[in-house]
Design a protein around this ligand. Structure first.
Ligand code: DGL
Length: 280
């Protein structure tokens, strides 16, 4: 096995991925599909979700604790796979870290800015994400001429967790939420919450062909790939014997998490470990 250490970072170390719960599995899924050599340690804060209605201070405190836990797992980089935590905590926690950390907002904002032709972008997300105006801020940094319209869609998360992905009730709710944005003549719509990629076909049908949907989960996997290559810490594909490629930790409700994970991941999840995140 060739030396795989760059400045004390082992390329074979896992990438830490975290979210308030199951939603970030949509990001983990894209990392599994696009970076098959990378190992993942995933943490879902199922005891303290939802994050989408909590304050910035709380989300920063939770994120710090989770990062401290992930560091005990010797991760080489961290992905905040939660739009709310990316919008509210990334700026603060990245200053405190000596390993790379990325969120989902910037990659989503970058792609949407490149996709829009009429300069009118819609963003849907949790209340905290939309109220933070972080997508707008990131997009305006890239191109100040773009207009960004945000809409909080708080009912989407419980509907997805209930598995009502194609249900008439979800369709009715989606029509109500999207109506306001579609009247603004947007040509691009960011699915700015971890759960929304699972509503992609329903949202796409309502938004119509003239609106391009942007999935930050996919763009984040691409951004992670670029980052790991740039730093020289991408895993060349060497697996240590007996190593699990993907490990999952939660703060509560491990069985529910496992069922959801097995319904969306291209990987058979067997073990979910429950930890007390308040200890970190
Ligand atoms: N993961 C959150 C996000 O992407 C949605 C769920 C929650 O509110 O905790 O914003």
């Amino acid at each position: 096995m060739k030396d795989c250490k760059i400045e004390n970072t082992d390329c074979r170390a896992a990438v830490g991925v975290f979210d308030s719960g199951v939603g970030g599995l949509t990001v983990a899924r894209e990392i599994m599909r696009n970076l098959p050599n990378e190992r993942i340690v995933y943490f879902g804060d199922t005891a303290r979700l939802p994050y989408g209605s909590k304050s910035k201070e709380t989300i920063i405190r939770f994120s710090r604790q989770i990062i401290r836990f992930l560091r005990t797992q010797n991760v080489k980089a961290i992905v905040i796979a939660c739009n709310t935590a990316s919008a509210l905590a990334l700026e603060e926690v990245e200053k405190e870290l000596d390993i790379p950390i990325i969120g989902v907002v910037k990659p989503g904002a970058r792609v949407a800015s490149g996709v829009t032709e009429n300069g009118r972008i819609g963003v849907i997300g949790t209340e905290s994400t939309i109220n933070s105006h972080m997508y707008r801020q990131m997009i305006r940094q890239i191109d100040p001429t773009i207009t960004v319209y945000g809409k909080a869609c708080p009912l989407f998360v419980p509907l997805v967790e209930e598995g009502w992905l194609k249900d008439p009730v979800t369709e009715e709710v989606a029509k109500r939420y999207l109506d306001e944005l579609l009247r603004k003549d947007i040509d691009t719509l960011i699915l700015g919450c971890t759960h929304y990629p699972l509503l992609r076909s329903l949202v796409g049908r309502i938004a119509g062909d003239a609106v391009t949907l942007v999935n930050p989960a996919y763009e984040t996997a691409k951004e992670l790939e670029r980052l790991l290559l740039q730093r020289g810490i991408a895993n060349p594909g060497e697996k240590e014997p007996g190593q699990e490629p993907y490990r999952f930790f939660v703060s509560d409700a491990a069985d529910k998490f496992k069922n959801f994970a097995n319904s969306i991941l291209p990987y058979d999840v067997e073990t979910i470990r429950k930890i007390n995140i308040e200890e970190y």
